[in-house]
Design a binder for this molecule. Sequence first.
Ligand code: SF4
Length: 357
Amino acid sequence: MEEAGVMESPDYVQTSLAGAMALGLEPGSFYRNAYPGSLNLLMTYRDGCRANCSYCGLARQRRGEADNNTFIRVKWPAYKLAAIMETLSRPPQAAAAKVQKLGRICISMITHPQAAADCLTIVRQVQAAAQLPVSVLASPTVLTDPGTFFQELKAAGAERIGIAVDAATPELFAAMRGRQVSGPHQWDTYWAAVEQAVRVFGRGYVSVHLIVGLGETEQNLVQTIGKAGDYGAQAHLFSFCPEPGSLLSQQQPPAYGQYRRCQLAAFLLNRRQIRPDDVSFDMQGKITGFGHRLNELLGENLASGEPFMTSGCPNREGCVACNRPYGNERPGPVLRNYPFRPETQDINIIKGQIWDD
Ligand code: SF4
């Protein structure tokens, strides 16, 4: 299969480098055998995303300043959708072992006027060719009627919806994605889409993405995870990592301690083991406790490291498929989102970070 130049959806999509490696389209090996469990496909247009989110490699402002074929700091090569589907539809005995580990396909819209119609076309084609559950990361800003769009997506075969709210407060959202960066996005539009998505797909079938480290306090984040839960959605966390050429290229990632506490809060709130009111904070909005001893709340899950693994849409067996290997950070000895079950030495490091910085 040949890699294409800048081609357009719906015939072409970009795939994460990890996804391309899993399909055997790019060379390379996975650090600590962290094979991706989800094939993430990104819609692509010659004139790019119309938004200008301050942290994003696809932002309007970044184009021309940097290679627009990268996103979250790694290459996202473009391929013909039909060729990817041909690879996925090979019988198990003919498929590469890494392809067989895929348990889901996720299609990410970008902010483009053609994205909604083309997303439906892609979902139908993927559904017809691959025997895998399908998620869509929807872009609410381009949806004139989100409820109808979600019904059409469901009829086309999508099983879950993600909405990337990303910023934890309305003020931060405006500063990072809205008016203050000449971007088109609005906080209320995003949450209205979450509400419509839950109405169509059901409670537990919608996720809200939030980025830790955009300038929010831990208290802000806990409240927004709680808000997602009130809507019937799960929160999935991403750790901010500076994208070269973006407006936030000079900002540092969150401290490990901050990220660990947010992971614990998300894990416990998503499972409804605690409520936002159970969490205590200091004067700076930093988490100081979860209302109960962590050992009592987490039991085996602390020892297994599950709260520190990447959270995302599941495969058919109910295990996280969207493990996004190294989507937040470079491979290295200490990870923020573990794309595999952490080992004993990882857990010992993590435990030492929870109440640190
Ligand atoms: S809408 Fe999405 S793809 Fe476009 S700039 Fe914002 S975060 Fe990036």
